[in-house]
Design a protein around this ligand. Structure first.
Ligand SMILES: NC(=O)c1ccc[n+]([C@@H]2O[C@H](COP(=O)([O-])OP(=O)(O)OC[C@H]3O[C@@H](n4cnc5c(N)ncnc54)[C@H](OP(=O)(O)O)[C@@H]3O)[C@@H](O)[C@H]2O)c1
Length: 419
């Protein structure tokens, strides 16, 4: 029933009546008030929602009226393309394995205006500058995510932030718990504050499967970081900054991961498996970068983007790498899980399947969503785990991934990621 007067709409949205009247005239196809016998307009809840969307598009996203009208059309509002050549990016943890691959892909394919690398160690930055042939689109900033003031300076004039810096070794975080909290939790807060203060448009933080039902401090700090980023949207006020996360599991071939370990053990004729029931997801660095780019494309704020990727059985990987070797079963290690989970039970309630990803939508929505019109809700009690996955790598596919043809860049790089 249409009961609201124009004044009430103005009060609810914190916008002058004259502006509401102007929007009413400009967006007649979207707002349909009823008239009283005396000819006065009365608005419905649906009209209120439309006005809130218009406010978001015109006031906050600073869209022209035409563009706002286009966005309000039913369907998917994610058509907005990112013009990377006009986009400045700050990348915390830019000298890490994700960071370097992100730069490689961006510089080769998207030609960003500039990528500012933000990390602590000057030697890694020096080596990276050489590796990238002193590409002028890369700038190197020494800084610690624990240092909010430095972050604010580094984000000056930046459009997008990718937050990849973290302490991520499980044993190191267990042994140095306060350090893990300072980098992964306080660092996350500093990134959020600096992004809001400097008017950054979009921020994507990298999360991990270990943040789901965490059993170690690394996972717990990343869960905390996820909560800070998704909830960070509530601190933005009238600003334009939006925060979201991407979440994935072990990267194939990364430092300390199982492939380099098996390859080394193979030489001795015996390989060790913690538990033959163990399963894991597979993701390549290319897919991780693509996930971040999709996050930037579709995010409205508060989401966790999760890629749909295949699983493998650890025993199949052993067969693929060293079929001739004897296997020693050594038992599951502290802080290790039998299977990986990329969503928790609670997150399943708000998750949707969208554009080849699962997207955990926030419990709290601070604005009316334009995207996700084509999203498909997942079944009740949905959890995305490596043992419950529908897509599996066969032994042959695994063998090809590890020993694949040298001509394939992605495959040949597999074993040298992060040394
Ligand atoms: N690798 C995986 O398998 C995996 C899986 C899921 C999620 N992730 C997540 O992905 C992100 C990137 O991982 P990665 O594999 O690229 O890690 P990585 O290779 O260990 O790189 C970490 C980066 O962070 C920087 N860093 C560490 N502490 C910092 C601090 N206090 N201030 C500023 N920079 C700091 C490091 O440089 P300096 O030491 O010079 O500061 C380095 O550039 C992390 O958030 C991680 O949790 C990784």
């Amino acid at each position: 029933m249409n009961t609201m007067r124009i004044k009430e709409i103005g009060i609810k949205l914190g916008v002058p009546v004259s502006t509401i009247r102007f929007w009413q005239n400009e967006f007649t196809e979207f707002i349909r008030p009823e008239r009283t016998d005396g000819g006065q307009r009365r608005y419905s809840d649906e009209d209120l929602t439309r006005f809130a969307q218009i406010k978001e598009l015109v006031y906050i996203k600073k869209m022209s009226l035409d563009k706002a009208r286009q966005s309000l059309q039913p369907g998917d509002a994610s058509r907005e393309m990112i013009d990377w050549s006009k986009t400045s990016i700050l990348l915390t943890g830019g000298t890490g394995s994700f960071g370097k691959h992100f730069c490689k892909v961006m510089l080769a394919k998207y030609n960003p205006k500039v990528i500012r690398i933000y990390s602590r160690d000057e030697l890694k930055q020096h080596d990276m500058a050489i590796e990238f042939a002193h590409d002028s689109r890369l700038r190197f900033f020494i800084g610690d995510v624990r240092d909010g003031e430095r972050l604010r300076r580094a984000m000056n004039g930046v459009d997008f932030v990718v937050h990849a810096a973290a302490l991520k070794q499980v044993p190191a975080c267990e042994y140095n718990p306060f350090e893990a909290v300072k980098t992964n939790v306080h660092g996350a807060k500093n990134v959020i504050d600096a992004a809001i203060d400097t008017g950054v448009k979009k921020v994507i933080a990298l999360s991990t499967d270990k943040a789901v039902n965490p059993v170690n401090l690394y996972g717990a700090t990343k869960l905390c970081s996820d909560k800070l980023f998704t909830q960070g949207n509530a601190y933005v006020g009238e600003g334009k900054t939006r925060f979201a996360c991407v979440r994935y599991g072990n990267v194939i071939g990364s430092r300390g991961s199982v492939i380099p370990v098996f390859l080394k053990q193979k030489e001795s004729g015996r390989i060790t498996i913690t538990d033959p029931r163990m399963t894991r997801f597979w993701i390549t660095l290319d897919q991780a970068v693509e996930l971040v780019l999709n996050g930037f494309k579709y995010m409205e704020g508060g989401e966790i983007f999760i890629p749909k990727i295949p699983s493998m059985r650890i025993t199949d990987l052993a067969k693929a790498i060293a079929p001739e070797c004897a296997i020693d079963e050594i038992g599951i290690r502290p802080g290790e899980k039998l299977h990986e989970a990329l969503t928790g039970e609670d997150e399943g309630r708000t998750a949707v399947s969208y554009k080849g990803m699962y997207v955990v939508l926030p419990n709290f929505s601070w604005w009316n969503r334009q995207n996700y019109a084509e999203a498909v809700p997942v079944p009740a009690n949905f959890v995305y785990t490596s043992d419950g996955n529908e897509e599996w790598m066969t032994v042959e596919q695994l063998r090809e991934l590890v020993y694949g043809p040298a001509s394939s860049v992605e495959k040949s790089e597999l074993l040298v990621v992060n040394g």
